[in-house]
Design a protein around this ligand. Structure first.
Ligand code: PLP
Length: 332
């Protein structure tokens, strides 16, 4: 991989821990003693260290390095009001000494809690899209910043450009190195997948390392067929950036779209149960939008007997903690 040639701004606490989920496994076994429950591990990217962590920090290491190389003074990005990506971008910009402007969907809520509260504390300027198209408004806002004499650097949804996804190509190698030291042979990796940079980057890292297991994306908000094509496209561009000679195809990607529930950001019974079970059995916190849904998917697959007792499954925790506080009423 040509990752060494890609500029990187150290922002994350790496490597993130890889830990067994012994009590969660026991709880799932106790529900049904005849069930085959795999060995469960968690990769703690909720602990990447940037203003409460999350998966975007790894992407931002490469994205912000590029912003600095281009002599930008203002970073702009886009997301939902409770976007973890926007919060981590605001934190990364602060660490790099850059201004940050966030284009957020909808309108200002009565109470700015969760990630939104952190965006404000981290010094980001917020532009509410109301009923405007967010990407069009992002481009317009960047133009306005340039006209005002700033040098904007624009980051797309979720930081899921080839440069951002490169962060997860390295992350996958990090996982395999840890597993080797600890003597774990990984059969499956399960991760929440939405804008796709995490899963696409991991696929590139997995291919480069010759990983023989399966990488499962639990789709948060898209149908599998549409998403697989987008993942293949992003992985192909990321591989090309890294000088990796592989043509990714849609069928290379495992995407589960059975867990879309009530739609993006809608907390349902499955997410609620997953969040509570992980918290009570392991003392770990999943979030209402992404990791709660992905964990609910993993629990369902385990309960359906999808994995063998001899297999090892990694749940890649991608963070999202601050959003929990924005869902207090629905979680109580
Ligand atoms: C906590 C969390 N997990 C997973 C994801 C999905 O990652 P990606 O957008 O790279 O698919 C996000 C993205 O917003 C997130 O905030």
């Amino acid at each position: 991989m040509m990752l060494e040639t890609l500029a990187r701004l150290p922002l994350a606490h790496l490597p993130t821990p890889l830990e067994p989920l012994t009590r969660l496994r026991a709880a799932l076994q106790a529900e049904d003693p005849t069930r085959s429950v795999p060995l469960l591990l968690v990769k703690r990217d909720d602990q990447t260290g940037l203003a409460s962590g999350g998966n975007k920090t790894r992407k931002l290491e490469y994205l912000l390095a590029q912003a600095l190389a281009e002599k930008a003074d203002t970073v702009l990005t886009v997301g939902a009001p409770q976007s973890n990506h926007c919060r981590q971008t605001a934190a990364a910009a602060a660490r790099a000494g850059l201004r940050c402007v966030l284009v957020l969907g909808g309108s200002a809520p009565r109470l700015e809690g969760g990630n939104l509260l952190l965006d404000r504390l981290l010094g980001a300027e917020i532009v509410w899209a109301n009923d405007r198209d967010r990407l069009a408004l992002l481009a317009e806002t960047a133009q306005a910043q340039a006209l005002a004499g700033h040098r904007p650097y624009v980051i797309t949804y979720g930081g899921s450009s080839p440069v951002g996804a490169a962060g997860y190509a390295t992350a996958f190698q990090e996982l395999l190195d840890q597993a080797k030291v600890d003597g774990w042979a990984i059969d499956h990796v399960v991760v929440a997948s939405s804008s796709g940079g995490t899963q696409a980057g991991m696929a590139v890292g997995a291919w480069a390392a010759g990983f023989q297991g399966q990488l499962h994306g639990i789709s948060i908000d898209r149908s599998a067929s549409e998403f697989q094509a987008a993942l293949a496209d992003l992985a192909a561009q990321t591989a090309s950036l890294l000088g990796i000679p592989h043509r990714f195809q849609a069928r290379d990607f495992i995407v589960h779209d059975a867990y879309l529930g009530g739609g993006y950001g809608v907390l349902g019974d499955a997410e609620r149960e997953a969040i509570r079970l992980l918290a009570a059995s392991e003392g770990l916190l999943a979030d209402p939008v992404y990791t709660g849904r992905a964990l609910a998917g993993l629990l369902d697959m385990i309960r359906l007997g999808r994995f063998g007792t001899e297999e090892t499954v990694v749940f890649w925790h991608t963070g999202g903690l601050p959003a929990l506080f924005a869902y207090a009423e629905q979680l109580a």
